[in-house]
Ligand binder design. Structure first.
Ligand SMILES: NC(=O)c1ccc[n+]([C@@H]2O[C@H](COP(=O)([O-])OP(=O)(O)OC[C@H]3O[C@@H](n4cnc5c(N)ncnc54)[C@H](OP(=O)(O)O)[C@@H]3O)[C@@H](O)[C@H]2O)c1
Length: 335
């Protein structure tokens, strides 16, 4: 079978199309015939992880050594990238009861990755569910990562109907899901993004959109119950006056100083800093499927690239041009 393989760290040129043996499912696994895989932040990081310094690492430095051990110091241990996928079940192991041959599925591999390929074996207990009926394979492959992460992190601040929520980084994978989830919880949502993505964020349902190239949300005199900063480009100090009395400053990306701020504000003051890691569960994916099928979560595909052009897709995403989701399509028959 064909797979996009990475044997050394570097630019998108390290992605090479190769023939590798087709896997066979173990007793508790299913074999998924892949039709679509997304290109996410994690793919770009994993492709070049050996060259990422502690300063560039988006997490507290204490996580860098375990991450390098997981991904490989000098060359990638994970040679096939791709964490969000959609496809059909082609075969099942003898102990599998949750799925049957022919089921359309979507799923998330997290840091295990491995979906930039024609076939993938997944444990039947893995993060995988029947594909939402109202989404194509391409659409379904663009949903799990951002929505699972946003769902997990927003739970930490327990949004109430009528609260004002600001999402900084609203056009990205996590941010676009956060906008829709916060609307679903009944919040008044402000999305912050750059000029080319204003229309996209508006279309997701944001009540207000702030173009950060033209206005600074920390200086507009508004206050918010929750400020969710995806990339951590703002700071608690600059956002403090934009938080309501008991407001929460929620971070998806954080380092040691923000962890200390979380500890400090948990004891002193009414405005809290929350740094959290998403710990998604299978039930979360089932909830997401339901949200998609009831029209609460939608997705927009910017571009699709065939598997052979995965390097092009990485270049497009890395250049910061993507307006919504970028998908790798795996041509398999006529699906
Ligand atoms: N806590 C967790 O469990 C967890 C899990 C996964 C990932 N993460 C973190 O999440 C981050 C990746 O998020 P993602 O996958 O959503 O990334 P993404 O899809 O690449 O989106 C990031 C968005 O940020 C926007 N942006 C860039 N500069 C900005 C600025 N100065 N102000 C406001 N927005 C800006 C970009 O769009 P514009 O051009 O429109 O600004 C882009 O759409 C990483 O830092 C990663 O470490 C955390």
């Amino acid at each position: 079978m064909k797979a996009m393989v990475v044997t050394k760290y570097g630019s998108p040129d390290v992605l090479q199309l190769k023939d590798i043996p087709k896997p066979s499912p173990k007793d508790n696994e299913v074999l998924v015939k892949i039709y679509a895989v997304s290109v996410n932040y994690g793919d770009l990081v994993a492709r070049n992880f050996g060259n990422i310094s502690a300063a560039e690492f988006n997490m507290p430095s204490i996580f860098l050594l375990p991450a390098k051990m997981e991904f490989g110091f000098r060359k990638p241990k994970k040679q096939i990238l791709g964490s969000e996928f959609a496809g059909d079940i082609e075969a099942i192991g003898k102990d599998v009861t949750r799925f049957k041959v022919g089921d359309p599925v979507f799923g998330y591999r997290g840091s295990s990755m491995g979906a930039n390929t024609e076939y993938l074996c997944v444990s039947e207990d893995g993060m995988m569910a029947i594909k939402p009926v109202n989404m194509s394979y391409e659409e379904a492959a663009s949903v799990p990562y951002g929505t699972l992460t946003a769902l997990n992190l927003l739970r930490k601040v327990d949004i109430q109907p009528g609260q004002k929520v600001l999402i900084n980084g609203a056009s990205g994978a996590i941010g676009s899901a956060a906008v829709q989830l916060a609307k679903h919880y009944g919040a008044e949502v402000t999305g912050v993004c750059s000029t080319p993505r204003v229309a996209f964020v508006k279309a997701l349902g944001a009540d207000k959109v702030i173009d950060y190239t033209k206005a600074d949300f920390t200086k507009n005199g508004e206050t918010y119950d929750v400020i969710f900063d995806i990339l951590g480009r703002s700071s608690f100090a600059s956002c403090k006056n934009s938080l309501t009395q008991n407001g929460h400053y929620l971070l998806a990306s954080f380092k040691m100083p923000q962890l200390f701020q979380m500890l400090w504000t948990s004891r002193i003051g009414s405005k809290k800093v929350i740094c959290a890691l998403s710990m998604e569960k299978l039930d979360d994916l089932m909830s997401i499927k339901e949200l998609v099928e009831t029209g609460k979560i939608k997705t927009v595909i910017d571009r699709c690239y065939p598997l052979e052009q995965t390097a092009e897709a990485h270049r497009y995403v890395e250049a910061g041009h993507k307006k919504a989701k970028v998908i790798i399509t795996v041509a398999q028959g006529n699906k």
